[in-house]
Design a protein around this ligand. Structure first.
Ligand code: CTP
Length: 400
């Protein structure tokens, strides 16, 4: 089978050096990559580096190898074009359909999915001109990944950092896997909760659970690759931030509730993949609880936590908002799932069977998605991203 053909456009920002790592990920996973830098990108990383790492010739303008008509061929033959970093200038030229170098010619001739990973100073990213260019590119079907927040060139920090190359690669992998289906969640805001809450007993101890957050992160990552604006409410996870996703860290169920309600206010869909503790210790000791010689420990008294899923389902922040719950069951999986779906009042419930070695921390998952309309969608054993895509397919069908 032919290797998938990827065009890696690199524009002139300091983050160009991070594109070397992205390129390496593509080549090592069996992609044929043609790097098309802009002339200014070459101020940061030279053509020899791109050529050696990709094993392909490198050109920035349309005047080299003219007999091969590169300004048309490269774009026409691509399975994916990714521009990383995409500067304000490159976004502007792409949005306006300019064709003044090889990269912009390639963007005009490509009929495959296109991903932009912008990187620039916060002021440039927030400028109305850039906002409008990004909106134009998204409206035309490109995936424009939100920049990360953090250290920028010089002394500045803020939004505008290129996301981690490993995470940009994940977005590209998902976009490639979906082919020309297009970013079908563009213009949508989705909220995903992930991980497991921790309910503190004292400053060093908590009641927690074994949720790794991987399924929630897969949901966030796949939604971003499908063009959605994603807010990920992450409870005690230790996973890298998915590219383009707004991550809100939380600790307890009460904090998670607050973060979910806030993000859900303007969301089209909320997916509650987090394992939320049903109970928390009734009291919190501000000092470490000490054992006392010859004395039995005090029993731990628990109180109920709010049920976030039931609450957001009963009081929808917006009409037509789609709400998805998760259920981990050990016995009578489907019957318990149906009962839970109607008790919680959500639109969809993803039912997993869990046990000693099932689901927690695993890379793969198997589930049945139950719909409030009586539907039942089995998802065979496979990557957590496949389940995530099925969930988004079902959510999309239900969005008005
Ligand atoms: N959930 C929630 N708030 C809670 C508990 C759970 O929002 N306090 C959400 C979870 O995020 C998940 C779903 O509810 O989407 C299922 O949670 P689960 O604990 O399995 O359901 P319970 O109603 O607690 O049922 P049981 O413990 O009896 O199985």
């Amino acid at each position: 089978m032919d290797k998938p053909k990827v065009v890696l456009g690199v524009s002139g920002g300091i983050a160009a050096y991070k594109a070397c790592e992205l390129l390496r990920r593509f080549t090592e996973s069996g992609h044929d990559v043609r790097v098309v830098p802009t002339a200014s990108a070459l101020h940061f990383v030279g053509a020899a580096t791109w050529s050696a790492l990709s094993g392909n010739p490198v050109a920035t303008d349309v005047w080299e190898d003219v007999h091969e008509v590169p300004h048309v061929r490269i774009g026409q033959h691509a399975d994916l074009v990714v521009v990383a970093p995409a500067t304000a200038d490159t976004l502007a030229r792409a949005a306006h359909g300019l064709a003044n170098d090889l990269l912009t010619n390639t963007l005009l001739t490509a009929r495959c999915p296109v991903v932009f990973a912008p990187a620039m100073h916060t002021e440039m990213w927030e400028h109305p001109a850039t906002r409008e260019n990004v909106a134009t590119l998204r409206r035309r079907g490109s995936v424009v990944i939100e920049p990360a927040v953090g250290r920028l060139t010089g002394v500045d920090t803020g939004k505008g950092r290129l996301p981690d190359p490993a995470e940009i690669f994940e977005v590209c992998r998902r976009v490639l896997a979906r082919g020309t289906t297009g970013p079908d969640l563009a213009g949508r805001h989705v909220v995903v909760s992930a991980g497991g809450t921790r309910e503190p007993l004292d400053p060093v101890r908590f009641l927690g659970n074994r949720s790794s957050g991987k399924q929630g992160y897969a949901l966030a990552r796949t939604a971003a690759a499908r063009g959605a604006r994603v807010t990920l409410i992450a409870a005690n996870t230790s996973l890298p931030d998915p590219a383009g996703v707004d991550v809100v860290p939380v600790g307890t169920a009460v904090q998670l509730r607050e973060a979910v309600l806030k993000a859900a206010a303007d969301a089209d869909a909320v997916v509650m993949a987090a394992a939320v503790a049903d109970f928390r210790p009734a009291s919190y000791a501000t000092g470490k609880i000490k054992k006392k010689d010859g004395q039995e420990p005090e029993p731990v008294v628990l109180v109920r936590n709010p049920d976030v899923l039931a609450e957001i389902s009963a009081e929808r922040a917006r009409t037509g908002q789609v709400i998805v719950g998760f259920a981990a069951e050990t016995d009578e999986v489907l019957a318990n799932g149906r009962a839970k779906l109607s008790r919680k009042g959500c639109d969809l419930l993803v039912v997993n069977e869990v046990g000693e070695r099932k689901t927690f921390g695993a890379e793969e998952n198997e589930a049945v998605v139950l719909g409030a309309d009586g539907s039942e969608t089995p998802v065979p054993h496979g990557p957590k991203e496949a389940l995530a895509d099925t969930v988004w397919d079902l959510v999309r069908e239900r969005l008005a």
